[in-house]
Design a protein. Structure first.
Length: 96
């Protein structure tokens, strides 16, 4: 299970506190700036992959700081995963 959150820059310090939560911090977390993914806005996307319990907790905790899941969640997820695969392929060529 996963969730992608659209975090405005001014909320990143609050978001870091959410990500430091004991349960959430044990999940796979990837953070990318919108521009790095070819998207508009002063937003950082936070992808959390992990257990249902952790994702539900993240949704609750992010809502407490007025951050919602990204409207373009699936698109952002695919872009982040494509970037990760591209990086892994590059490392394979170097160390292959």
């Amino acid at each position: 299970m996963y969730a992608v959150f659209a975090v405005p820059r001014e909320k990143m310090s609050d978001a870091r506190r959410v990500l430091a939560d004991d349960i959430i911090s044990r999940q796979s977390i990837i953070t990318r700036e919108a521009r790095a993914l070819g998207l508009e806005g002063e937003i950082e996307y936070v992808l959390i992959e992990g257990s249902d319990e952790a994702i539900k907790r993240a949704i609750d905790m992010f809502s407490e700081i007025n951050v919602k899941k990204a409207e373009n969640e699936e698109d952002v997820y695919k872009k982040i995963k494509a970037e990760e695969e591209s990086a892994a392929d590059g490392m394979g060529l170097i160390f292959g």
